[in-house]
Design a protein around this ligand. Structure first.
Ligand code: PGA
Length: 260
């Protein structure tokens, strides 16, 4: 974590919580962080609920003036038209979303999202003034075949090809660490996050590479966040399972309290 990059703790709810559960959960999360005097200026917190929850989340967050940010878990590469089931970036923007997750490994695996689709979605999010959180990561067999950083770096290069410098976030999520309870070690995660920053510097130059936040994701918990955040190239976390537990997620958001 570098001092000039504001850490971001992002909770990816995946397909959990309907809008009623989302309202209760988000309210309790905001109260828990408020009671713990969480300083959002020091560590940003964002949640990624299912699309059907977003309107309720917007009403709650705007109505109660919570400092939580939020975004979609996916976005269409198209802006409007005959694309049944798709959600436009303009609709997310209209609901007050700041971010959108793009290319999560579950989208790549179960929805056949290729590097080309991911790239088109990055462009779509930028057209609508949403900050893409571009997810990259290798499978266990990629790791054995190509080593730790080749696949994530190639995915990042493909996602950004032909795209000029913009405000983005990168999330390194080794597929073998997602939902397995087996997180990458802080050294492993740092090595790949460093390689991603170098690739970004090659694409856009040093200054944007230095200011872009790179998150680690994959079995992040309250017990491993502090060591991960001590690494110079890790600027936050994309949290799945642990983001569904208020005290666990709040404790991850408050990692500065356990970083010495
Ligand atoms: P996990 O998921 O924290 O449950 O491993 C991370 C993710 O899929 O973003």
């Amino acid at each position: 974590m570098a001092v000039d990059r504001r850490p971001l703790i992002a909770g990816n709810w995946k397909m959990n919580f309907d809008h009623l559960q989302a309202i209760a959960f988000t309210q309790k999360l905001a109260w828990t962080l408020r009671d713990a005097n969480h300083d959002y200026a020091t560590t940003e917190v964002a949640i990624f609920p299912p699309f059907t929850d977003l309107r309720s989340i917007q009403n709650l967050i705007e109505g109660d003036k919570f400092d939580l940010a939020y975004g979609g878990q996916d976005v269409s590469s198209h802006d409007a038209g005959a694309y049944t089931g798709e959600v436009s970036g303009s609709f997310l923007k209209a609901l007050g979303a700041s971010y959108v997750l793009i290319g999560h490994s579950e989208r790549r695996q179960y929805h056949a999202e290729t590097d080309e689709i991911v790239r088109a979605k990055v462009e779509a999010s930028l057209r609508h003034d949403l900050i893409p959180i571009i997810c990259v990561g290798e499978t266990e067999s990629d790791l054995e075949q190509f080593g730790p950083s080749a696949v994530p770096v190639a995915q990042l290069r493909a996602a950004l090809s032909g795209i000029a410098e913009k405000d983005i976030v990168i999330a390194y999520e080794p597929v073998w660490a997602i939902g397995t309870g087996k997180a990458a070690t802080d050294e492993q995660a740092e090595q790949v996050c460093g390689a991603l920053r170098t690739a970004l510097a090659e694409a856009w130059g040093m200054a944007p590479a230095e200011s872009t936040r790179i998150l680690y994701g994959g079995s992040v918990k309250a017990t491993n966040i502090a060591a991960l955040m001590r690494q110079p190239n890790i600027d936050g976390a994309l949290v799945g399972g642990a983001s569904l537990d208020i005290s666990e997620f709040a404790s991850i958001c408050r990692f500065l309290k356990h970083v010495v």
